[in-house]
Design a protein around this ligand. Sequence first.
Ligand code: SF4
Length: 220
Amino acid sequence: MQAKESCSLSGDQPVDNPADLTAEYPIVEIFHSVQGEGMHAGVPHVFIRFGECNLRCEWCDTDFLTHETKTALDILGDVMAYPSKRIIFTGGEPMLNDLWPLHRLLKARGYSLSIETNGTIEVPEGMLDWICVSPKDQIYPNAVIRQRTGDELKCVYLGQDLTMYHDLQQGFKHIFLQPCYMDQESVEWNGRNFAHTETIVKTNPPWRLSLQTHKWMGVD
Ligand code: SF4
């Protein structure tokens, strides 16, 4: 009998390319939680947090330098342990990786795939079901935003002039302004920033307010 070229993990139909199963990724953590911010706030997802990033934002709350290597098969096993069929690739910067092997394995099993990216690396056409770009050019003026279309634009507000997004926002369906939450700052500092962001949103349509509700809940 001729050996099968592919492997079946779900059902009788062989669907997987062996090379996809052994693709390796730097993974900080994989966990099941509720999306706390943006358009899908309140919706359960499985989060795949990738290691490494090409930027270094001072408010970054992820230790993206501490990660382990996992194969796509390992990741698939972790993800399938949870009931949610919605996945968010986050980081770090997930687009530093070739996500096609994971895409093929997960889409074959009916998962919906979203990404949260800083937008400095273009997302290949057809790879993801939901693209959220959170640009950081307000602190990295030289960071070129190459992913200029998507579903959601989510900008961290640090007092920047919103006219800097006039061109970029044209490519997105939903536009969010999110107060910068700094763990190392006082409650008062964060409160002032929240209030300022709310004021800006009220006077600058079509921007909408996004809050990191998961931080209040004390969950990831
Ligand atoms: S782009 Fe995102 S992951 Fe990278 S340093 Fe900034 S906040 Fe952290």
